[in-house]
Design a protein around this ligand. Sequence first.
Ligand code: UD1
Ligand code: UDP
Length: 349
Amino acid sequence: MKIITVIGARPQFIKAAAVSNKLRQNHEEILIHTGQHYDSNMSDIFFEELEIPKPNYNLKIGSGNHGYQTGNMLISLEEIYLKEKPDMVLVYGDTNSTLAGALVASKLLIPVSHVEAGLRSFNKNMPEEQNRILTDHLSKYLFVPSETAVNNLKAEGISEGVYNTGDVMFDAINLFKNKAETKSSILDLLNIDKKHYILSTIHRAENTNDINRLSNIIEALNSSDENIILPLHPRTKKFIKDYNLHLSDRIKIIDPVGYLDMIKLMNNSKKIVTDSGGIQKEAYFLEVPCITMRDETEWVETVNNGWNTLVGCDKEKIKNSILNFNPTTEPINVFGNGNAADIISEIIS
Ligand code: UD1
Ligand code: UDP
């Protein structure tokens, strides 16, 4: 079978790293990079480190408003689909690249496979929630990471073509964890000791585009006595500058890092404070307490099982959780067995 895979943003490179090699054992894969992320530390580094095949096409769409970005992807993807005539299009997650990849395929009556289907935050103000809902409703095969996702789809009337495969990010972390521990020298480079720092990431539009939310978050981090490592997404870097926010000396801002350095940083941190979707799960897989600076999460299992706490952008809650949030239970395995890529590839075959 000829399968077109569309990826474009950092977390999608990591998910594709787990799935692509398996797919290619039995199928021809044409990889399209939309160019949504393009800085070398947001894109190239993942292809190199994780040995993701070089994309057959890079659309180089770049940044812009949602309409500009998604619209340009639609135009370019349609041309390629018409030329390549794939049997299936595979998309991951919930970005603008996901929706564009699925929408063009659906209009051309090419079956769509969606990896990481069925997630819901139930907050339709999030661009990701809009992308997820639309993509799921356009998809023929919905590969979901958990039972919660199966039920979310059922509630929207989707039960055909739904496969609970487990989470491909569980595959990814298992694939690269040992390599990260042995190869990454990021702790030495930053001169930090294991379990003596907090790792934080911030990039969610709802937190960065709102000066009050971002100021609260930065003030909460500033008030902590812990050393904080903050690999900064370019979106957030821009807003911190625009809003003229000051960060304390205890916060070490670094450029975004590759996946191996990121695993090493996560695995050895005392706690993680984030608004990322993927990192909430990775914290869970690595058994690191996670403090999530959002009002809701798609990854409810991590909260229900006691390893993740939702603190929104509330200064006091963030501060208190950094001090006091300590899980008391063993994490339960709710995201499959780390062989999601195998299962997805088998079902597609
Ligand atoms: C996108 C996804 C989000 C995902 C995140 C992963 C959408 C709507 N959002 O958000 O779901 O969690 O990726 O990281 O698809 N920028 C650069 N260099 C880059 C990439 C981005 O400087 O290589 C800057 C630009 O100023 C750009 C901004 O970051 O405007 C936002 O980038 P964009 O891809 O639009 O959204 P993300 O916040 O990265
Ligand atoms: N990540 C990374 N380097 C960084 C920050 C994140 O490799 O500097 C990884 C992280 O471990 C996870 C993925 O990128 O696998 C999550 O991406 P992000 O938080 O940008 O997006 P989300 O998951 O929220 O969509």
